[in-house]
Design a protein around this ligand. Structure first.
Ligand SMILES: O=C[C@H](O)COP(=O)(O)O
Length: 350
């Protein structure tokens, strides 16, 4: 390995290095000296060789590896301010292969978000297409339907498909003109709700805190939640993508204690309805960041099991390549979910 080149490590490798350093009770600034005196061909604790340790420690000393060693660096990951300090140094090099080993245990999940589109005629056509198609049984499908057509759609769609409201308020009932509650969604046969969509945030001014309260209440009422997050073009161009999605995740985490009925949908706002899809690598980079964030802030179990969908101009043409990425566990599809090509998106993993 050429000097200074960071090896591709999976999480086991990183943990082994951490253990090796801790086992020897070495602070990082003393590690380099000790590594020089080690036998380079003899693995240390966890099978990590001195050669690998040397490279990683030198990178860490340059401040490039802090995110994977939060404990060694005593990061305060619990707070948003604490996290912010470390985002710039995040590297995904260590997460790819680790995620790869887990992603097959997360059932692929594709949501169709019809937004404010459709009428009885077109919904009947979509239902007919979905009923007659061979849908991958290994993919969970959820249809986000306008509230007024939910019951109509429920009666026409195949029963194995989930049905989602596109919004729900944070309390069960009361004087909230124009709102619907999770209890009402459940009552008419919906089992999911989409919350925090960027259109709710931008057009209707919903805050991180309100969205998190809605998620908390929906989960308490027994609905499953597609929790949306994503940065604007301006935020991406300012290099703030990780900071923004972490802030949005922090808000959810303040209110969500049990993540088993949650799917996160990462939807870069600049890719929604624009035909400008994130490349598979761009999407994977943020998904890997989110996986690491979950591991550091919630738990390793949640990080390994929580499904993260990608949304933003997903079509039959780009779905297969996106679906190959280890941390992409499905899609939230807008425009293409109204068309027959939605079937190919559902079957993207086949
Ligand atoms: O919820 C879905 C997203 O907003 C993506 O919409 P889109 O597929 O039309 O870009």
């Amino acid at each position: 390995m050429p000097p200074g080149v960071l090896p591709k490590l999976n999480r086991n490798g990183v943990q082994s290095i951490s253990k090796a350093l801790l086992f020897q009770r070495l602070p990082f600034h003393r590690s380099q000296h000790t590594i020089r005196t080690m036998d380079h061909n003899r693995p240390t604790v966890g099978g990590v060789t001195a050669e690998v340790l040397k490279t990683v420690v030198s990178q860490a000393l340059l401040g490039k590896f802090t995110a994977v060693f939060p404990k060694l660096f005593k990061c305060q990951w619990k707070t948003y301010e604490g996290q912010k300090k470390f985002f710039a140094n995040f590297s995904t090099d260590c997460t790819d292969s680790d995620s790869n080993s887990n992603n097959m245990s997360r059932k692929f999940c594709v949501g169709g978000n019809w937004k404010m589109n459709g009428d009885q005629k077109s919904i009947a056509e979509i239902a007919k297409t979905l009923s007659s198609a061979a849908l991958d049984p290994n993919t969970e499908v959820v249809i986000g339907c306008p509230a007024i057509y939910l019951m109509y759609a429920r009666n026409l769609l195949p029963c194995e498909l989930g049905l989602a409201g596109q919004n729900a308020y944070k309390v069960a009932k009361g004087a909230f003109t124009g709102e619907i509650s999770p209890a009402m969604l459940k009552d008419i046969g919906a089992d999911w709700v989409i919350l925090g969509h960027s259109e709710r945030r931008a057009v209707f001014g919903e805050s991180d805190a309100l969205i998190a309260e809605k998620a908390e209440h929906a989960l308490a009422e027994g609905l499953k939640v597609i929790a949306c997050i994503g940065e604007t073009l301006e935020e991406r161009e300012a290099g703030k993508t990780n900071e923004v999605v972490a802030r949005q995740m922090c808000a959810y985490a303040q209110k969500i204690k049990d993540w088993k009925n949650v799917v996160v949908a990462y939807e870069p706002v600049w890719a929604i309805g624009t035909g400008k899809t994130a490349t598979p690598d761009q999407a994977q980079e943020v998904h890997a960041f989110l996986r690491q964030w979950l591991s550091d802030n919630i738990s390793k179990e949640v990080s390994a099991s929580l499904r993260i969908q990608y949304g933003g101009s997903v079509t039959a043409a780009n779905a297969k390549e996106l679906a190959k990425k280890p941390d992409i566990d499905g899609f939230l599809v807008g425009g293409a979910s109204l068309k027959p090509e939605f079937v190919d998106i559902i079957n993207a993993r086949q």
